[in-house]
Write a protein that binds this ligand. Structure first.
Ligand SMILES: NC(=O)c1ccc[n+]([C@@H]2O[C@H](COP(=O)([O-])OP(=O)(O)OC[C@H]3O[C@@H](n4cnc5c(N)ncnc54)[C@H](O)[C@@H]3O)[C@@H](O)[C@H]2O)c1
Length: 318
């Protein structure tokens, strides 16, 4: 297959590109290498893929119509996997218009390009954030998601809605995958597990929001990539599918696991809960199991050990 991976230089995108190239697909990565975090990290992510014959890297913006037109003229894509986004929850409160521009308009731009070029399969990175403070645990795809608690969540819900438009009007198969906190090697440096590991290792205070009872469903990257790969291979019509582990870990437990893996104690800088944060995320993955044959295998304690091993190797190598 020939697959466009937007955001392919990022954490999840570089792993997905690696998986697809490994099985013989042609991959075009479209990424603008923005400075939300150090672009050198994105270059390093792609560097880890080597220089496989099937890989083309295009440095550009999903909001650039002319660039998309040229790209879609030059390549006949079998599938678009749209991962490019502004991805942090808290920064979306600071610059909501940027989030709307990249995540909302950018997604619409790609859907328009897909329509114009008769591309029939589109896989979209949505987020557990769309559930907001939904009360029923675990979160089912049937739950109403019209009460987002951050601009980021609203833009991801908007992407799902635009996707339905393009399925309904133009028959584009659109699968929205709601990722639940993804971690593992190459994880974004702004995400909690990566940040906590760095701060504990360096003996610096760790911002600890709330009383430690907030819970997250943490998903190891390779399980997520299994789910995305399965979605790439299927025309499902319009579907929204959770990709998580269906288990939760409290903030206190997570800090404890990282302390053990790093071999140092955390210095906690206790702070109130942040606006836009949710108290719990937990995925019902019944639908993923039946539609994508999704079977996550990595437990959080194992995943944390592997993440910290990667972190250590990186420190040793730089
Ligand atoms: N990591 C998670 O836990 C998680 C959870 C839920 C959803 N998601 C979603 O998964 C996707 C990937 O997340 P990630 O953690 O790998 O983030 P990431 O920031 O590492 O990757 C996103 C990539 O998109 C690129 N990008 C951003 N704006 C762009 C633009 N306008 N044009 C072209 N490229 C652009 C960035 O340069 C980056 O390389 C995002 O859509 C994110 O919202 C991630």
């Amino acid at each position: 297959m020939r697959i466009l991976v937007t955001g392919g230089a990022g954490f999840i995108g570089s792993h997905l590109s690696q998986r697809l190239l490994g099985r013989g697909d042609e991959v075009v990565v479209l990424d603008n290498f923005n400075d939300y975090y150090d672009p050198a990290i994105k270059a390093r992510n792609l560097g880890e893929l080597g220089e496989p014959a099937g890989l083309t890297v295009v440095r550009g913006d999903i909001r650039d119509d002319a660039l998309l037109a040229g790209l879609f003229d030059a390549h006949r894509f079998d599938c678009i996997v749209h991962l490019a986004a502004r991805a942090g929850v808290r920064p979306s409160l600071v610059d909501p218009l940027l989030y709307e521009d990249v995540n909302g308009r950018g997604t619409l731009n790609l859907l328009e390009a897909a329509r114009r070029h008769s591309i029939t399969r589109f896989v979209f990175a949505s987020s557990s954030s769309v559930y907001g403070n939904v009360k029923e645990i675990p979160f089912s795809e049937e739950a109403p998601v019209n009460r987002p608690v951050s601009p980021y969540a609203a833009t991801k819900a908007a992407g799902e809605l635009y996707g339905y438009n393009y399925f309904h009007l133009y028959g584009i198969s659109f699968t929205a995958l709601r990722f639940f906190t993804v971690y593992g090697p190459r994880q974004r440096p702004d995400m909690a597990i990566h940040k906590f590991t760095r701060l504990i290792d360096e003996g610096q205070p760790l911002p600890f929001y709330g009383d430690g009872t907030t819970e997250r469903d943490y998903t190891y990257f390779s399980d997520i990539i299994d789910g995305v790969e399965a979605a790439v291979d299927r025309d499902l019509g319009y579907e929204i599918i959770n990709l998580g582990e269906s288990r939760t870990t409290s903030l206190t437990e997570m800090v404890g696991l990282i302390e053990v893996a790093v071999g140092k104690k955390a210095i906690l800088d206790r702070q109130p809960m942040q606006p836009g944060d949710v108290t719990i995320t937990c995925a019902d993955v019944t639908k993923a199991r039946s539609l994508l044959d999704y079977r996550p295998t990595t437990t959080v304690p194992d995943g944390i050990q592997r993440f910290v091993a990667w972190y250590r190797a990186l420190q040793g190598g730089t």
